[in-house]
Design a protein around this ligand. Structure first.
Ligand SMILES: [Ca+2]
Ligand SMILES: [Ca+2]
Length: 476
């Protein structure tokens, strides 16, 4: 009853929200965002719409994923890396704190009401960390891949490769349930307090107070986490390639894909279920039937996130993060390796995603490509250097586009350009002629090597010996 009252209060507090939230006002408190793991945000946040641009990235020591970022009430971004470390970043990308475990972190951080971060590590432990300091840890019998679900009474539900689902309060095990086989995925919490988990003897389990309520056997291993719909239907993907919809232990429907299905589905406010498969496709399913699909370039193991405007964000092994609306690709953003991590949507619309290249990416809305309109270039060379500009500046090199460049505008017909480091070292010298007053430069030094990130001093000289000094900022 107490749980029901708390839930009702939370429902009213998050007016218009039909899914329960944990007792924190964090914008993205855990893997798949809420207790039911629906991965959907009702916060009216316009995500990146047209021009995904790197806001910042941070290079960790190993792959980031499947650990997925969580965002705290103060905007802190948390993510685990396979370099064993749990990271906390300030919204500007600077490190707030780090916490080292003794093995890789696959688990996604979950944020409790007092900003305690709960996660697991392959060192077999479940951790509770506050401000980078250990609050408690609990050793299980095997590696912990699972992420925590935090109930409104602050009980932590987590699973381990030791086959157990754990209910933990303040570091003490309240109960555990032995599923009989390894558990990789993360438990979720139903509206009535039932705990759902999926194990490696193919079973979707419903557990109440440490006892089995019901189970449903799928055709293969369960890597994806159970997700609970508003009508208490439980959705789970299986390595048999199917998405299952199960009610009270009975099959409602299943939907087959052409590859292993490990992506945890998202449920939209209209009941549409979104997920990906190793057949490379993203699916939107309504009542067991396809609403739309779209194909990426490789397997999808990432779980999607759904913005309040209906944009679906999902990562692929083709290295890209995709934004889709009604099945059409709105944009994609390429990282340096496969994406297994799930995107989190920040309060200002920034999208956070990890990649096997070891980076956490913060992606924001940018400007349309090309020179800024205010510097509309003339079609003829200028007669002096007063209006010489470089665009874009700052310049962010595109690793996948070798012809990526900056353009000098308003040059004189004959010109000479010298590029120096801030320490005064000459990096390259260019002389040329231009009818249009424009000159494109691929931001390379004398040896043809791309300039690394930093500030560069540029001297532009005309035949009259006039000189203009400019600064170019190169960002990684
Ligand atoms: Ca079992
Ligand atoms: Ca494939």
């Amino acid at each position: 009853m107490k749980k029901l009252i708390i839930s009702l209060i939370l429902m009213i507090f998050f007016s218009g929200v039909s899914f329960a939230q944990p007792a924190t006002n964090a914008p993205w408190p855990m893997f798949m965002n809420n207790l039911h793991h629906t991965g959907w945000t009702s916060r009216t946040v316009l995500g990146v719409q047209k021009y995904p641009t790197l806001k910042w990235s941070y290079q960790t020591g190993a792959g980031v994923g499947p650990s997925s970022p969580a965002i705290g009430p103060d905007g802190t971004i948390y993510v685990g890396s396979r370099d064993n470390i749990m990271y906390a970043f300030n919204p500007d990308g600077s490190i707030k704190w780090t916490f080292a475990t003794s093995n890789e972190i696959f688990s996604s951080p979950a944020i409790g009401p007092d900003n305690t971060i709960y996660f697991g590590s392959l060192d077999k432990k479940i951790y509770a960390v506050t401000n980078g300091v250990l609050k408690w840890s609990n050793e299980t019998g095997e590696r912990v891949y699972s992420s925590a679900a935090i109930d409104t009474d602050n009980t932590i539900y987590m699973a381990s490769y030791d086959s157990n689902v754990y209910a933990i309060t303040n570091g003490a095990v309240k109960w555990k349930y032995d599923a009989g086989n390894k558990i990789y995925s993360s438990p979720s919490i139903g509206a009535d307090g039932t705990i759902y988990a999926g194990d490696w003897d193919r079973e979707l389990l419903a557990i109440t107070n440490g006892a089995l309520k019901w189970s449903y056997t799928t055709g293969s291993l369960l890597f994806g986490s159970p997700v609970i719909g508003p009508d208490n239907t439980v959705y789970i993907t299986s390595d048999d390639g199917r998405l299952y919809a199960v009610t009270n232990g009975g099959l409602k429907w299943f939907f087959p894909t052409g590859g292993e299905a490990e992506s945890t589905p998202v449920i939209g406010p209209d009941g549409t279920v979104y997920f990906g498969s190793a057949d490379n496709k993203v699916y939107a399913i309504t009542n067991g039937a396809v609403k739309w699909t779209n194909r990426t370039g490789d397997d999808i193991y990432s779980s999607p996130s759904l913005g309040s405007d209906g944009t679906l964000y999902i990562g692929s092994y083709d290295h890209k993060l995709y934004a889709l609306t009604n099945g059409a690709v709105k944009w994609s953003f390429e990282t340096g390796d496969r994406i297994f991590s799930s995107p989190a949507i920040g309060p200002d619309g920034t999208i956070y995603i990890g990649s096997y290249d070891g980076k956490l990416y913060a992606i924001k809305e940018g400007s349309p490509p090309g020179p800024p309109v205010t510097n509309a270039p003339p079609t003829e060379a200028s007669d002096n250097l007063s209006k010489v500009v470089i665009a874009p500046n700052p310049f962010q090199p595109d690793k996948n586009n070798d012809s990526d460049h900056v353009t000098f505008y308003n040059l004189t017909y004959d010109f000479s350009i010298k590029v120096f480091s801030t320490g005064g070292k000459e990096i390259t010298a260019i002389t040329g002629t231009t009818r249009s007053g424009r000159y494109t430069w691929q931001v390379r030094g004398t040896g043809g090597k791309r300039l690394t990130s930093g500030v560069y001093i540029i001297h532009v000289t005309n035949p009259a010996g006039e000189r203009k000094r400019l600064k170019l900022v190169v960002v990684d």
